[in-house]
Design a protein around this ligand. Sequence first.
Ligand code: FAD
Length: 643
Amino acid sequence: MTTGNRVLDARIPAGPLADKWDRHAMDNPLVAPGGNRRKFTVIVVGTGLAGGGAAATLGELGYNVLNFCIQDTPRRAHSVAAQGGINAAKNYQNDSDSVQRLFYDTIKGGDYRSREANVYRLAQLSTAIIDQSVAMGVPFAREYGGALANRSFGGVQVSRTFYARGQTGQQLLLGVYSALVRQVEAGTVRMYPRHEMLDLVVVDGRARGIIVRELTTGEIKRFAADAVVLATGGYSPVFYLSTNAVNCNTTAIWRAHRRGALFSNPCYTQIHPTAVPQMGDYQSKLTLMSESLRNDGRVWVPKKPGDRRRPNEIPEAERDYYLERRYPAFGNLVPRDIAARAAKVECDQGKSAYFSSQSVYLDFADAIKRLGKDVVGDRYGNLFDMYREIIGDSPYDTPMMIYPAPHYTMGGLWVDYDLQGTIDGLFVAGEKNFSDHGANRLGASALMQGLADGYFVVPRVVASYLAGAKVSTVKADHEAFAAVEDETRAHLKRLLAIKGKRTVRDIHWELGRTMWDKVGMSRNAAGLNEAIATIGKLRESFWHDLALTGSAEDLNKQLEQANRLCDYLELGELMARDALMREESCGGHFRDEHQTPEGEAKRDDANFAFVSAWEYTGPGREPVMHKEPLVFENVELKTRSYK
Ligand SMILES: Cc1cc2nc3c(=O)[nH]c(=O)nc-3n(C[C@H](O)[C@H](O)[C@H](O)COP(=O)(O)OP(=O)(O)OC[C@H]3O[C@@H](n4cnc5c(N)ncnc54)[C@H](O)[C@@H]3O)c2cc1C
């Protein structure tokens, strides 16, 4: 591995932690309202909570916004799938919650591998998100007296998660969408659905535009702007099977990476402990069962290895509620990385649900006895219905079967405090920057980050960037646009010209198996080296054996998927390299070589308290790693314990 000598500066405002964001507002210039703002064009790629929130707010402020997504409507951005809830430090339960506590929980939850200043800002903004969403009509669950209700999520000892049954993401996204549509009507935002960004155009070191493909016609188009915001969501489908939608991809950020944006912490993936187990080799994704279920569900396996009796035939004394046994302080509500690994440990010892050697039980019998079927149904009814559709059993009568699955990617493009990447004028928001969750994200904090970035951070930081810049004279007829467009066309042509015999799915499946087996819940040096070699061979196979039909000048689903897969084949290798470099265990990154005698993650703060930031050096060349040292001035680095 080559280590570069660039030390990244996050440009964090000076002063006490609690004052930094306010200070940022005072210390940075603004663009005056009215005509001045209309002169600036901002491209926002993505219409999820982060992108949609940013586009709507920038539009409301008066900028000229171009907003892109690959779905047929902004409302189908993957944020729509979020189930369980969104955190905020409102302390409505009077259970001693505070901004400071949310900050601390998030830093600890991320295993001390995130940046203090960003996390504090996230906790501060959390309360405004709830106010804004309520004002937009988001129907959060309420108590009998009308106050907003809360529930608990993993890794915390307070109740701060706001929710709308099991459809929180959908309801929040409808709020964003209504704000967006208002701007579309007002003419400040132009929407481009079914347009996929295929490359970034950089002129004189500044992000100046993008090249997109209109997915229904195949037309390649150029768009120029004064700043570019990428909010393109997670890339868990690098594992093939994940809880993400099949169309989730890494293309926008990967192409920006190839153009000079550094890529941080690619090895940090969140494996969610409660997905419906894999049923066979022909499914295209896995279904999440929300973490909120662990509020009332109890996780267990049979005590005897190989016990294949149905769950209701196993007496209480022969069940092991292993999370309650191993982590009495947090019990079933330990964070995701801990719960996921614990399930693997049990299954590796042959203790699993009857269904397969990779499944454990999540049992609601006690909750139903205590609260009644109606209350449990009110809380989780839609999730139970979804489960019954897939498995055929009702969780009201039989324990659910669950198993960990790739879910969220904490890695992403490196950004400074202003969410600006290493290319000037390129901002990255939501799941696709690396900034807030360290090595493990706590439940219900991705929606919080998406809306914090979208509604509040991006509008302010983009404004201060534009205030310091002249209106761009670079238009889409600039030679740099022509050059990148030519490269895009040549790339698509090359894909269609391969004429091999392997389908995209076949190659992607093999990549996914390699990632899951060697770069998944636990990793070791031998496996990671094997993964790097296998992925290299797979990339060769892709460029020789891929079979595509159709043309680039038309709707062509296979071409879309192949284009995304070729980026996954490069990203997968970088994930393995990053995991190999990180000789410690932290959060979602568990190295077999670095564990305590009890099997818990063993961090190495002396050598690894940094953010990795990888530089692309060209096809087939080894990437170079740079570092952002992590400085902790407000929390003490401790061994993370939930016991
Ligand atoms: C099943 C599930 C349940 C979840 N539940 C919760 C929860 O309860 N609480 C919580 O906090 N988090 C939850 N999460 C995580 C959370 O939903 C996501 O992290 C978050 O919604 C991501 O928002 P985003 O705006 O960054 O991206 P997304 O909502 O994924 O939006 C990405 C946007 O980018 C567009 N796009 C992508 N690539 C391109 C391209 N190349 N060109 C043009 N457009 C592009 C897409 O069309 C889309 O509009 C859940 C995730 C999943 C998968």
